[in-house]
Design a protein around this ligand. Structure first.
Ligand SMILES: NC(=O)c1ccc[n+]([C@@H]2O[C@H](COP(=O)([O-])OP(=O)(O)OC[C@H]3O[C@@H](n4cnc5c(N)ncnc54)[C@H](O)[C@@H]3O)[C@@H](O)[C@H]2O)c1
Ligand SMILES: [Zn+2]
Length: 683
């Protein structure tokens, strides 16, 4: 049987309208707003018609809404809720009552906004958080502006926290005034309605466009004031360099309470705001839309030095501002919390603004960090609109707190799955396009890490990255580990993409198998350039970020059984592997003071998926042992103590656990992953 949400024309129109509205971030913020349709379907229990409400449920985004993201409720039961509504003080209890109005199983959980959709009689309703609508909603004289811009076609609804009562307020306006097409919700957004889906969408867009036109015609030309001397954007290259120089410090600031992933934005919208006279005062007022408080915190942290200030001085100042931010946030919590409030959720900023350079936004994963940045860009647009016509006046602190620490929001957070072991960690894997490297990348991504795959084989690196997910999960890039500039560029790209670095895996490699007398100088150099020098360059560039961040970290070396075992015909490869193994010990000794662990893995005979074994190496090894090439994997297995063939994922398993808290007290270790080779026992 199909679910009630499917194959109903009202639902099809609703989905199409939602996608169209959700496609433009100025129409509503990511994940924000909700849409609905009312219609009739056949009730499978009675065979008769039943009036239903389809409304976007909790979570998800309008732009990608699917029928499964809709909550489906019976209108007769919804309407009956007014009879049991205990009043605004206990309005949160009504969320549980929605569960008793659901029609059929499946579908999304009804959100707090379900009331406004259900009680407005019009069959189609949009509730959105457009930048333009919020500009009026947050203007000090928003009510007066609404009257001036819309005469009586759009009404003002004073701020109140989203919930049952707000739905009743909106429904009263809508149901009693047939000429009114929507309303501006003070401090919050807009709601519009229509008899058809097209009419509803047209009304929503008309409200937004009318405000935009009004601001263009009547607004001040420079709502943020003139540019501050010295605070304008640095030229591109200098800006990026400065962002990179500051990123480790900023990530440490954002991660004092909990490790965060970062996202960097240096659009003109951000840079122009940060250069402006009004930026400090406006930033202090914070964001307004209720959707924003959890993602951006109530206000950002803004650097008060120009981008040309000496780096040392800037870093020192950032630490002072961080301490002040934490005090301020703790004060905000203490002023507003009561005995029922959830515990404080950490006092570090989620948005850090650096004039002349850009915005760093943070979250528990890359998507969250990116969306936080998008939300603050929305806030800048809102402030610009409000200041063009009036004065930006977001809802008071107490109301912000009531949203940020709302019991219903807390319950949602509590329901989130436990973070994965590598959540909020950023890993760079050299040679990640190859057999072992790609297995490590896959495992790390599955465990929650953001992964950068750096390989000489750019196409291969990109292919592995896109297999793992979108740009929020993985990045594939071209990098020759023999070249210090390319290594630095790869580390920089990692830091700009994900805000920092936590795990470096030296895995790139190649193998040649020749007797001493046939080994050429170029064989020797090829091995030592990639394995010895390449690892050194990657550890050096990555280590600099790890040290600057001060958040510890892991450096792994995929060394080899051959670093220990002295087999024949292997002088160039095995001695370069031994060099890598000693780098593990040397760096473990040197970097321990920074909390950075350095460990090695000694695999052996990983034939499957290995580029090395696809080359001449396999033929040489097969000839050396006198077995057919295709039986090499099996040959190695029977030669081992455990008689098991070693696969890339076995190496990846160990790479993963070495980077978890289970190995928090282990550094300078080499772990064999060779099914047991007595000749390679460590002693
Ligand atoms: N396969 C085994 O049995 C085995 C055993 C012990 C150790 N190892 C080591 O494991 C690592 C991975 O080996 P694999 O078996 O997956 O081989 P692989 O050939 O499948 O992967 C190696 C990757 O390194 C990349 N690479 C080579 N030179 C590079 C450079 N200069 N810069 C950046 N990337 C470069 C290659 O393009 C390739 O994608 C190597 O260091 C290898 O020595 C492998
Ligand atoms: Zn809303």
């Amino acid at each position: 049987m199909t679910s009630p949400a499917e194959r109903n024309p009202a639902v099809e129109q609703l989905i199409a309208r939602s996608h169209s509205l959700g496609a433009d971030p100025r129409t509503t913020n990511y994940g924000g707003g909700n849409t609905s349709a009312k219609g009739t379907a056949i009730d499978p229990a009675t065979g008769g018609p039943v009036e239903l409400l389809w409304v976007k449920g909790s979570g998800g985004d309008l732009g990608t809404l699917a029928p499964s993201g809709l909550a489906v409720l019976r209108l007769d039961r919804m309407r009956a809720l007014t009879g049991v509504y205990p009043g605004v003080e206990r309005e949160d209890e009504m969320v549980a009552a929605f569960e008793y109005c659901l029609h059929g199983k499946g579908g999304a959980a009804p959100s707090i906004d379900t009331t406004m959709h259900g009680f407005v009689d019009a069959p189609h309703v949009d509730h959105l958080h457009p930048d333009a609508g919020l500009a009026i909603a947050t203007a000090a004289d928003g009510e007066e502006l609404t009257r001036r811009i819309f005469a009586d076609k759009v009404r003002w609804v004073p701020w109140r926290r989203p919930g049952f009562q707000l739905g009743l307020d909106i429904a009263a306006i809508s149901n009693d005034n047939p000429d009114v097409v929507g309303c501006i919700l003070g401090g919050h957004g807009i709601t519009a309605w229509g008899r058809t889906s097209d009419e509803c969408e047209a009304n929503s867009l008309w409200i937004i466009r009318t405000i935009d036109d009004y601001i263009a015609a009547h607004g001040r030309p420079d709502p943020f004031g003139a540019a501050r001397e010295g605070f304008t954007a640095l030229p591109d290259a200098e800006r990026r360099a400065r962002a990179l120089a500051l990123a480790p410090t900023l990530r440490a600031i954002a991660s004092q309470d909990r490790r965060m992933v970062g996202h960097f934005t240096d659009t003109d919208v951000v840079l122009d705001f940060l250069a402006s006279q009004k930026a400090p005062a406006l930033a202090e007022l914070g964001t307004s839309c209720p959707d924003h408080f959890l993602r951006t915190k109530v206000k950002p942290m803004l650097l008060d030095l120009p981008p040309t200030a000496p780096l040392e001085q800037t870093i020192e100042r950032l630490h002072e501002l961080h301490a002040a931010y934490r005090d301020d946030y703790a004060g905000y919590y203490a002023r507003n919390a009561d005995e029922d409030s959830p515990a404080i959720r950490g006092a570090d900023p989620l948005i850090i603004l650096i004039p002349g350079v850009g915005m760093f936004s943070y979250g528990i994963n890359s998507q969250t960090a990116r969306v936080a940045g998008a939300f603050y860009t929305n806030t800048i647009n809102v402030m610009r609109g409000a200041e063009a016509l009036s004065t930006y006046a977001p809802v008071p602190e107490r109301e912000k707190f009531r949203i940020e620490y709302w019991a219903l929001e807390e319950a949602k957070l509590q329901r989130l799955p436990k973070p994965k072991p590598l959540a909020a960690k950023v890993a760079l894997i050299t040679g990640g396009a190859g057999g072992i490297g790609s297995a490590i990348a896959r495992r790390f991504a599955a465990e929650g890490a953001c992964v950068v795959i750096a390989d000489l084989d750019a196409a291969g690196a990109k292919a592995v990255a896109s297999e793992l997910g979108d740009a929020d999960v993985a990045l594939g890039l071209s990098c020759d580990v023999r070249d210090a500039d390319q290594v630095r560029a790869a580390i920089n790209a990692t830091v700009l993409a994900f805000g920092g670095l936590d795990i470096v895996v030296n895995n790139a490699g190649l193998a040649v198998s020749k007797p001493l007398l046939e080994t050429t100088e170029s064989d020797w150099d090829a091995e030592h350039d990639v394995l010895a020098k390449g690892s050194f360059l990657v550890s050096r560039a990555g280590g600099r970020v790890l040290i600057d961040q001060g958040l510890g970290g892991d450096i792994l070396y995929i060394s080899s059984k051959n670093a220990v075992f002295a087999g024949p015909n292997n002088i160039a490869y095995s001695s370069a592997k031994a060099d890598q193994s000693h780098q593990v010990r040397l760096l473990a000794a040197e970097l321990g003071q920074h909390g950075i662990k350095v460990n090695g893995i000694n695999p052996d005979a990983v034939v499957r998926d290995s580029g090395i074994f696809a080359g001449a190496w396999a033929a040489d090894r097969a000839a050396t042992y006198g077995v057919p090439e295709e039986e090499l994997g099996a040959y190695y297995a029977q030669r081992s103590l455990l008689k098991r063939e070693v696969l890339p994922e076995h190496v990846a398993n160990v790479a993963f656990v070495l980077c978890t808290d289970e190995f928090s007290h282990t550094t300078g270790l080499h772990v064999p992953v060779d099914s047991g080779v007595t000749g390679a026992f460590l002693r």
